[in-house]
Design a protein around this ligand. Structure first.
Ligand SMILES: C[S@@+](CC[C@H](N)C(=O)[O-])C[C@H]1O[C@@H](n2cnc3c(N)ncnc32)[C@H](O)[C@@H]1O
Length: 204
């Protein structure tokens, strides 16, 4: 891992060590409504799912409760440890990994990869690297769902902003884009919910 990635890992690690996950702005206890609606719309009721950048692990747990086979990963070992304990307490069988999505050690593929708040963390050049890194983890015909801050969001702080044209530009060679819709992020202590994009894609 290069120095920049190591610094990133330490920054996230520190955050999860210092702060209770329930207080993090992205914490959402149930399955995010956009992901839930997409599962229903595309008739996705079973299969193997990878929850990228799982953080508190709530999305992974909600998917496991629905009967999916769930693997979850995050760069922050402390996040993974805490999520693993909570999943076990709830009797959920989830495979957790501490891993960097841009240099992942995973050597298998999934029917669905879900990304709630990961893609928008990376600067533009790394977002380009994200595409092959994630694409190789998805079965042909499998789904990729991404929820990220949208270019319409104006608050000064927060992650990078993504325009629909960037999604089309980066993903169209590897994926059929099924839906690209404007929405908002639900979470904690968010007076105004951040404007978001929600994308559903199918691997070619
Ligand atoms: C905004 S949080 C979203 C967490 C979770 N998906 C959710 O919706 O609750 C972003 C997460 O990405 C993780 N992360 C950051 N860079 C990463 C990387 N290169 N590989 C894997 N995880 C990463 C952070 O540790 C953090 O938990």
């Amino acid at each position: 891992m290069n120095l920049r990635r190591k610094r990133e890992e330490t920054r996230w690690e520190q955050l999860y060590e210092d702060q209770a996950v329930e207080t993090l702005p992205w914490y959402y206890p149930g399955l995010d409504p956009d992901f839930a609606a997409a599962l229903e719309r595309y008739g996705i009721v079973d299969g193997d799912v990878l929850d990228l950048c799982t953080g508190p692990g709530t999305q992974a747990m909600a998917l496991a409760e629905r009967g999916f086979g769930v693997t979850a990963m995050d760069i922050a070992g402390s996040a993974v440890e805490q999520a693993c304990v909570r999943a076990r307490e709830d009797g959920l069988d989830i495979v957790f990994h501490q891993d960097d999505i841009l240099a992942s050690h995973l050597d298998r593929t999934f029917d669905l990869v879900m990304d709630r708040g990961c893609f928008h963390i990376f600067p533009r050049d790394k977002r380009r690297d994200y595409v092959p890194a994630v694409s190789r983890l998805i079965n042909p015909g499998g789904y990729l769902m991404i929820k990220c801050f949208s270019h319409l969001e104006t608050r000064p702080e927060g992650p990078y902003r993504i325009a629909p044209s960037e999604i089309e530009d980066l993903f169209s060679d590897d994926f059929e884009i099924l839906a690209l819709q404007h929405t908002t992020f639900s979470g904690n202590n968010l007076k105004t919910p951040p404007k978001a994009l929600f994308c559903v894609m199918r691997k070619l």
